[in-house]
Design a protein around this ligand. Sequence first.
Ligand code: ATR
Length: 273
Amino acid sequence: MDNYRVFGNPIKQSRSPFIHQQFALSTNQELDYQAQLVELDQFASTVKEFIAQGGKGANITVPFKEQALELADHLTERAKLAGAVNTLSFIDDKVYGDNTDGLGLVQDLLRHQVSLKQARILLLGAGGAAKGVILPLLEQQPTEIVIANRTVSKAEQLCQQFSALGHSNLSACGFNDVNEQAFDVIINATSASLSGNIPSIPNSCIDANTVCYDMVYASELTPFLQWATEQGTEKLIDGLGMLVGQAAESFSIWRGVKPQVEPVLEDLRTQMT
Ligand code: ATR
C-alpha cells in the first residue's frame, strides 16, 4: 500500500488524515495517510527518512512550508511564487514540490458561484497565506487585486514582485487607505481572526453584494465574517472549503484522480457542530 503523511508542528488538530482517507474511499484508491509531528529542527531528516521507507508523498503544514521549498529538487511555478510548498511527491529519487493552497481557495470561490473574472478583489494580509493565493487569483483575470496589510511595506513588496512579472492590475496600501468603493470580493488572509481581531478597513469597502471570505474556519462566524454580516452582506464563506480543496488538489497530483470535495466538506461541517 502507498504511504502518505502530513508533517507539521503542531499536528494533532490536523484534519488531513480524515480528508485523505475519505478521498481514498470515494475514489477506490488503496493508500495510508498519517499525521506526523516533526520536531522543529528535524524537518529535512524526517522527510528523508520517510522517503527511505518508501513514502510516496507528503503534505506540509505550519511551520515547515518554506523548508519544504528548500528541500524540493523541482518546483512548480506557483510554488516558487508562493515561496512555500504544501505538497511533496517522491518519484524516482527526486522530490517534487507544489503549492495547492491557492487553487483550493479559487475552486472554493468558484464552487460558491463567485465570479472572479473582471472582479475587484481586496486581499487582506501580506504574509504566507496571502502570497500563496495571488497567482491563482490572477489567473482568473480579475480587474484588480488590492493588497492591504497592517504593515504596508510588506504589501508593497508583494505587489512589486508580481508587477515585475508583468501583472499591472495589483496595488498595495494600508487598511485605512483602501479605496472606499465597494469590492466584489474581500478575502481575509490575515491571521487576525485567530486572535479575535478584524483588519480595520473602511465600512464602505463592502456592500450587500460583496462576497467575504475568511481563510480561517470555525464552528461559528469568525470575527471578520461577523463584521461583514454587520455591514449587510450575507455572502459569507469560511476557509473549510479551501482546506478540503487544497487537499483534493494534492490527492489529484499523487493519484491522478480528482475526488469530490462536497461529501467530505459536509462530514467536516457536521463534526464541527
Ligand atoms: P500566514 O502564513 O498565516 O500568512 P504570516 O506570514 O505570519 O502568517 O502573516 C500573518 C498576516 O496576518 C500578516 O499579513 C499580518 O500583518 P503584518 O504583516 O502587519 O504582521 C496579519 N496580521 C496578524 N495579526 C493581525 C492583526 N491583529 N490585525 C491585522 N493583521 C494581522
